[in-house]
Ligand binder design. Structure first.
Ligand SMILES: [Zn+2]
Length: 439
């Protein structure tokens, strides 16, 4: 994550579709959901009532498991706020102590090349903000995951991954900042437009190189060789016009107990992978349903749609910065040691604070964009795999870390996937609408 510059999933080192399809914490203390007895409503001769069938699925989750997953997920709402507030405090500390102005001066003393000054400032800025944000990152990324039984990873292994991420942030971030600040210097009036186009190019480049160069730094990818599992998936892919020759398995069990699958890459780097947790703990029907969902992302061009959508939000974010930046500099600029223009490197903490304020306020809209394509992928997956119960089982497993049954407002604001209730209802509605099979 490029610290201080908003929280769009695109700025993370992971691919856009790095998403959990369903987790199953395996600790012995974990209350296991009741066995997957086929619900009565589903087998009966009477027409299926999707609402009632959804309730039958949801009722299988014991109250204590439900309470735990609700607590984990609702804690995530607060974490979004704490992360924002902490980054705001860090930005204000950098500005009010004039540390940011001093970091700029250091960069200017070392070199007279503007682009190198930008890279130097960025590296100092990222190191300072990462250090100050480290306690919350440890709590959220490591301690809390163990507290809720989502991870077995040792602290050393987790910290090593953070270091790799930091190195990527130093290199990738410096390149991005060199481009952004060149735009800010050369187009003082229209930088928001050119900056958004540059951001779009960066999203495309990171999506392209992600599966080839970034993901292998964290995990090992192998091909799925068991023909019993592989062949139905490849067959499903070919039937839907996906030229796949391999199914990739990623060893994410070393980081998490969650079950996940994703589509990553663009153009010829696109690939669909499933993680080893999914492979080890889901039935073939569940795996097929989840993979068909991922294929939906590919066939429906969600990668391109999300890049276009997030580029638009970045453009709006830049316009928000443009509208508010001058006022803040007029009021506090001299106290902070700023020179005035938006291209002043020392003003990066202010730029980042304003930009991330926009993205915090836009959270319901960005979540709705992602949630909408996720719902489309669900419907594609139902039509392709024809496994409404397999998919519902997977959705129920997802409910172990994602609140199953939120209120409509809560789902609109906080959910980047439809809730378990919505997804199971979609599957049951699909099932209820099927014509009887030909004799
Ligand atoms: Zn998805």
């Amino acid at each position: 994550m490029i610290v201080g510059l908003g929280s769009t999933p695109f700025l993370s080192s992971r691919s856009w579709a790095q998403e959990q399809a369903s987790p199953t914490p395996a600790s012995a203390s974990e209350p296991t959901p009741t066995p997957a007895a086929t619900p009565e409503v589903i087998t009966s001769e009477a027409p299926l009532d999707p609402m009632a069938a959804t309730e039958v699925y949801l009722a299988r989750v014991p109250a204590d498991a439900r309470a735990r997953s609700d607590a984990y997920f609702e804690g995530g709402y607060w974490l979004q706020l704490w992360n924002y507030l902490l980054s705001a405090v860090i930005a204000l500390v950098l500005l009010f102590t004039r540390l940011s102005a001093r970091l700029r001066d250091v960069a200017e003393r070392i070199t007279r090349f503007r682009a190198l000054q930008t890279a130097l400032y960025w590296c100092q800025y990222l190191l300072v903000t990462t250090l100050l944000g480290f306690p919350l990152a440890v709590y959220q990324g490591w301690y809390r995951e163990h507290q809720y039984g989502m991870s077995n990873q040792t602290f050393a292994a987790w910290a090593t991954e953070q270091e790799i991420g930091l190195c990527l942030g130093l290199i990738g971030g410096a390149l991005a900042m060199m481009v952004l600040y060149a735009v800010l210097r050369r187009a003082p009036r229209t930088w928001w437009l050119w900056g958004a186009l540059a951001a779009m190019a960066f999203l495309v480049i990171s999506a392209l190189i992600g599966p080839v160069f970034i993901s292998p730094l964290f995990n090992k990818y192998t091909t799925l060789d068991d023909p019993k599992l592989r062949d139905p998936i490849l067959s499903l892919a070919r039937a839907n016009g996906i030229p796949a020759e391999n199914v990739y398995v990623v060893d994410e069990s070393k980081q998490t107990k969650r079950i996940s699958a994703n589509v990553s890459g663009l153009f010829n780097t696109t690939r669909i992978s499933l993680n080893d947790n999914l492979l080890n703990r889901c039935s073939p029907a569940e795996i097929e349903g989840v993979m068909a969902h991922e294929m939906g992302h590919y066939v429906l061009h969600h990668g391109y749609i999300l890049i276009a959508g997030f580029s638009f939000f970045i453009l709006l974010g830049f316009l928000f910065v443009k509208a508010t930046f001058a006022g803040a500099v007029a009021r506090f600029g001299s106290r902070w040691g700023l020179r005035g223009p938006v291209s002043d490197l020392a003003a990066l903490p202010l730029f980042g604070l304003l930009f991330s304020t926009f993205f915090l306020l836009a959270t319901p809209l960005t979540n709705t964009l992602v949630r909408t394509v996720e719902a489309e992928a669900d419907i594609f997956g139902l039509n392709a795999a024809r496994q409404p119960d397999g998919m519902s089982e997977a959705f129920l497993k997802l409910g172990e870390y994602r609140k199953l049954s939120p209120g409509p407002m809560e789902e609109f604001i906080f959910f980047d996937h439809p809730s378990g209730r919505s997804r199971i209802f979609m599957a049951m509605r699909w099932k209820a609408q099927q014509k009887p099979p030909p004799p």
